[in-house]
Design a protein around this ligand. Sequence first.
Ligand SMILES: N[C@@H](CCC(=O)N[C@@H](CS)C(=O)NCC(=O)O)C(=O)O
Length: 230
Amino acid sequence: MSINYYTDHRSGSCRRVSTVIEELGIQVNEIFVDLLAGENRSEKMLKLNPHGMLPVLVDELDNGEKLVLSEAAAINIYLCEKYNDNKLLPSDSERYQVLKWMSWGAEHFRQAAPIYFEENVMAALMGAQPNQARLREGEKLLEIHGAVLDQHLEGRNYIVGDHLTLADIDLAAALSQMPRSNIPFDRFKNIMRWANGLDKNVKSWRKTGIELNDGMNKALGISHSSKVVL
Ligand SMILES: N[C@@H](CCC(=O)N[C@@H](CS)C(=O)NCC(=O)O)C(=O)O
């Protein structure tokens, strides 16, 4: 039985799944799909995920069926349950706090970062000007939701409890493209302390961050390789 994992290590969404694979110490067949070359929209990939997005996971189940899963949060919950993890996804009441912050991340906190990335990085790659109205929208979202997370993180090193959970991975992924997308998270001191703490103390997170940064720097023609993620 094997798991196929379709990924591009330069993507913040894929980083969330790659980190969980590292944390669980499991073997998967990693299949590189070049997002910058548009391979995510090939006929084969669109059959696996009609949204044309990565990450995608395909697991051959014991009964011979194939489970095809997209959405990093769903993939991570699936992997934690399949491999009986109860740290990244606790089995006690903390579980619902983790799920709450993951939902909040998807609906609110992670909305701003892709706007900055698309307007400050992708637009330039396409030879276009950043759309200022969209950036103003991103700024508004960041201000509202960043303040909520910053307040929650006062005096805490992790989102829930005293160890890494899927909630940290989901929320910190929003900072993955920070070195190049000019997203002003640095106004939030607790968010920066927490994110820097994860980079320093969580080996899997640091590793996937370095892979992402090095890959993006190479794609953008920036020659130095960065050891520090933020
Ligand atoms: N909600 C999805 C978002 C995935 C996503 O945004 N993937 C990006 C890379 S970070 C992608 O595949 N973009 C390709 C495209 O939009 O064409 C998840 O959490 O997995």
